[in-house]
Design a protein. Structure first.
Length: 137
């Protein structure tokens, strides 16, 4: 059913990714699909990494740990953006298309007042992408 699954990850909030990663891992096993973790980083230093190259290495290390936990091979893709806060939705959609993903599994949180005015990243991607999006709360 699915051949390529993408999971957007925010390395600054690894503790909140568990359910989405577990769900993606189960889907990858069930459908024998590729699983790729995608992270978006700015060109400037952040709390996670000082450079895009350091971010890519940390994402790769995280992916290797997740492969052991999930029991499936995991690839990673680091995307650099001048302004991830503004570009995140488009960067994720573009990455999904570049990977040939036919399913995106995304974590989200309980909607608050902000999400009633502005959509969440998962909500935006689910509403605007032509790729199936499975939102995990």
């Amino acid at each position: 059913m699915y051949k390529s699954i993408m999971v957007p990850v925010d390395l600054e909030h690894q503790d909140k990714l568990g359910k989405a990663l577990t769900t993606a891992g189960l889907f990858a096993k069930e459908f024998k699909a590729d699983l790729t973790l995608v992270g978006v980083t700015p060109t400037v230093p952040t709390a996670v990494a000082h450079t895009p190259e350091e971010f890519a290495q940390k994402l790769k290390d995280f992916g290797e740990r997740q492969a052991g936990v999930l029991g499936v091979p995991v690839q990673t893709k680091a995307v650099t953006s001048a302004d991830p806060a503004r570009d995140l939705d488009d960067a994720l959609d573009k990455a999904a298309h570049e990977l040939g993903a036919d399913l995106v599994v995304m974590g989200t949180h309980m909607p608050g007042i902000y999400e009633h005015v502005f959509s969440s990243n998962a909500g935006y991607l689910a509403s605007h992408s032509d790729i199936s999006v499975f939102v995990v709360r």
